[in-house]
Design a protein around this ligand. Sequence first.
Ligand code: GSH
Length: 228
Amino acid sequence: MAPNITLYTVAPSQNAIRPEIALLEKGLPFRKVEVDLFQGGNQKPPFSELTPRRQVPTLVYEPAEGEAPIVVYESIATIRFLDDAHPEPPLMPPTSDLRRRAEATMRIEEFQAKLDPVNIFGSVIFRRLGKTELQPRIDALVAELAYWNAYVEGRRFLAGDSFTLADIAVFPLLMHFEAMGFDFAANTPALGAYIAACKERPSVRQTGWLENFAKFVAARAPEPVLAD
Ligand SMILES: N[C@@H](CCC(=O)N[C@@H](CS)C(=O)NCC(=O)O)C(=O)O
């Protein structure tokens, strides 16, 4: 029996798009519920009662009719969960390919430990901080991007030619840097080609997120603090 899946999300979020891409990769039907964060929709029931942190994305997965739902939040946890619950088609290299599997695992861990923490998008778009205040953080971010450029040199995706959970983790965040004026093609050409490949991925296109994110960015007009 097919599971009943509800994804609580918000249109422009790079966090919330991860489970949606994974659901589309798996071909799983799901219901999407937009939570209006700007109007405090996450602080009101029923959403506020679902998860302690009241953040999107939150996935509510009812394995079968009448079974207690499994609630999963934290975007990386949601995509790992979907790959565990629905192993086909796989979104991690198999254990028979330990090299690629280790690469995908490292990239996911590095995303959480190294890349996501140096993001400055929130400071630019919500706190309206500029280049002067942000310069040390900009330097740290640009230095971090050099690692990621090396990781995709000579390959299509982060763990080789297959699109994996590592790409679902990393690619959406890179769009924040593009929105703040980072010129991937000029500074990190391998990452530029990688981003182009991810943008063409059918699941990514199907979400409509690139357009939603572009609208959000156009409305907020962040300062291009990462432009040369
Ligand atoms: N580390 C979390 C971050 C989730 C997150 O920050 N979600 C934002 C939207 S992008 C949110 O729900 N913010 C509302 C709030 O924190 O009150 C993840 O990967 O899911």
